[in-house]
Ligand binder design. Structure first.
Ligand code: S3P
Length: 184
């Protein structure tokens, strides 16, 4: 059952999208935000803005830990605001403290996809430092194994996108968000 009450006892007014790299959080988040009249934000973009550097440069110069600290900072800042669709980085669930922040920020939907589909999607772009390995396909499977329970612990609803078109996924996300957030 949904527990959509934040620390101030009020109903949170954000939609938070979580899930592995390449599951469509940004594309779907933008479309859903448009149809719900909400603001779209992306934690990776907020981090890059804050640091004044791209995500790969942050990883390269300062390491993953520094990136994760910035990620927690921007997530906390998002929680202070309402009326947003927040697309999060795929590793946001790896910091235990983020799980509670995510759940208290709004309605959390976990977008799922199979390792094969993820691999196909992420192969098209080189912006993911964690996948610059000798065998990205294996890295995806390993990271998914490590993270699946974490996503499961942070979500209010999960949607398996493998068999869905983009329109169908957007429809599911939009309609469940309307119900969860009490939007007409
Ligand atoms: C990461 C996912 C990326 C980005 C960074 C680390 C991860 O975001 O935050 O490269 O650990 O899975 P996307 O999920 O938007 O690709």
């Amino acid at each position: 059952m949904l527990e959509l009450v934040n620390t101030t006892g009020q109903r949170p007014r954000n939609l938070i999208l979580i899930g592995f790299m390449g599951t469509g959080k940004t594309t779907i988040g933008k479309r859903v935000a448009r149809s719900l009249g909400m603001k779209f934000v992306d934690t990776d973009l907020l981090i890059a803005e804050k640091a004044g550097k791209s995500i790969p440069t942050i990883f390269e110069e300062s390491g993953e830990d520094a990136f994760r600290s910035l990620e927690t900072e921007v997530l906390k800042e998002c929680r202070e605001r309402d009326g947003q669709v927040v697309s999060t980085g795929g590793g946001i669930v790896t910091r235990p403290e983020n799980l509670e922040i995510l759940k208290s920020s709004g309605y959390v939907i976990w977008l799922k996809a199979s390792p094969e589909i993820i691999f196909e999607r992420v192969s098209r772009n080189q912006n993911r430092p964690l996948l610059k390995t000798r065998n990205p396909q294996k890295t995806i499977t390993d990271l998914l194994t490590q993270r699946d329970d974490l996503y499961a612990g942070a979500q209010h609803l999960s949607i398996n996108t493998d068999e869905l078109t983009m329109e169908e996924t957007c429809f599911g996300v939009t309609e469940s968000t309307k119900l969860a957030l009490g939007i007409d």
